[in-house]
Design a protein around this ligand. Structure first.
Ligand SMILES: Nc1nc2c(ncn2[C@@H]2O[C@H](COP(=O)(O)OP(=O)(O)OP(=O)(O)O)[C@@H](O)[C@H]2O)c(=O)[nH]1
Ligand SMILES: [Mg+2]
Length: 334
């Protein structure tokens, strides 16, 4: 609780106004695509919403722009699981900060995406930091490497997507939850499977994350935790092609461009944000409040025009999403 409240103290006098802060954690092992997903979500937002704006702060923008450039240049790249090309590094989690509000007026909310090097899940001294991040976050995004989940009957899934580790983490952090949470499972690198057989991809996610989903569906957590699955194509038109093994037994996942002239064409990158906002709206409308949420939700209570823009944005019809549990936390209209 203290850590939540700390965010609202005006320790930064340079800013004209301290915005309420909403935290979201990117959760997953190294190389699954946490930072890339974030970059794609940010990049595409402007193309999708006219009324609402997401603006990266000046520390955040250059890092995401660089990652985005790497994604756009990806054609023909091969990918070794367990290793982001240049993994997020450092001793502190990287915090990507965005100002959110209506286009053309002052922002009303700060959304902080907490990104950490996936390698931390392996280190006992760092895992505590990840737990704290999750505990402080209203939502977590779990990117899933879809090729690893799907190919070779999921032979590499346990090793590289680490669903058991995620399950263990949530077991500890979501004990005695004091406020509602949103868990978003996001298959990425999924272009091939969304084209071939999306239903199979959804089924395999549920199979591959069975323990996590069972745990969250328990009697104590189900009323408080909403879970959705939403595949995001962060690049588009780059499809898995084959697995190669090197002489030292490393596995490399190779991708290819669908056609020689196919463009960078991300899809569904905005859906996690639509649901995040819908989740906040619903909490606001239900007046379900806990002390830290009050600060955040006020941004919806005080500004009708912004609230209406958020309603329009988050109610948009969406394909390619499954609400696994927690309809009551996400449904705006009857
Ligand atoms: N084919 C394909 N590759 C992707 C996609 N998204 C990310 N990658 C690649 O996957 C690798 C890992 O992506 P990152 O975003 O660095 O993964 P991360 O989870 O942030 O990794 P750490 O920072 O090490 O924890 C990079 O080589 C990306 O270029 C995608 O949608 N399709
Ligand atoms: Mg990263």
């Amino acid at each position: 609780m203290i850590s939540f409240l700390k965010n609202f103290l005006p320790d930064d006098f340079d800013k004209p106004q301290q915005l309420p802060i909403l935290k979201v954690t990117m959760l997953g092992p190294s190389g699954v695509g946490k930072t890339s997903l974030l970059a794609a979500m940010y990049d595409q937002f402007d193309e999708i919403s006219q009324d609402l704006q997401l603006r990266a702060d000046e520390d955040t923008a250059p890092i995401l722009d660089k990652r985005l450039q790497e994604l756009k240049n990806m054609v023909g790249t091969s990918i070794k699981p367990g290793e982001g090309i240049r993994g997020t590094a450092g001793d502190e989690p990287m915090c990507y900060s965005f100002e959110f509000g209506e286009t053309g007026v002052n922002p009303e909310l700060e959304i902080q995406f907490q990104d950490y090097p996936g390698g931390w899940l392996e280190k006992t001294n760092q895992i505590e930091k990840v737990r704290t991040l999750i505990g402080e976050s209203a939502a977590i995004l779990i990117p899933i490497d879809a090729a690893i989940l799907m190919e070779n009957n999921g032979e590499y899934h346990e090793k590289f997507n680490q669903p058991n580790k995620i399950n263990d983490l949530l077991k500890k952090v979501y004990r005695n939850l004091d406020s509602p949470r949103l868990v978003i499972l996001v298959p990425v690198k999924c272009e091939k499977y969304m084209q071939d057989n999306p239903k199979q991809l959804f089924d395999r996610v549920k199979e591959g994350y069975k323990k996590v989903l069972n745990q969250l569906a328990g009697a104590k957590l189900a009323p408080k935790v909403a879970v959705i699955i939403t595949p995001v194509q962060t690049v588009g038109n780059i499809v898995f092609s084959r697995i190669e093994k090197t002489s030292d037994d490393q596995v490399i996942f190779r991708y290819r461009k669908r056609g020689p002239n196919d463009p960078y064409q991300p899809r569904n990158t905005e859906i996690p944000l639509r649901f995040l906002l819908r989740f906040l709206l619903k909490l606001h409308l239900d007046k379900k409040r806990s002390s830290w949420l009050d600060f955040i939700l006020d941004f919806l209570g005080q500004n009708d025009s912004l609230r209406n823009a958020v309603i329009r944005f988050s109610e948009e019809r969406m394909d390619d999403v499954e609400i696994v549990q927690g309809h009551h936390l996400l449904k705006l209209t009857d």
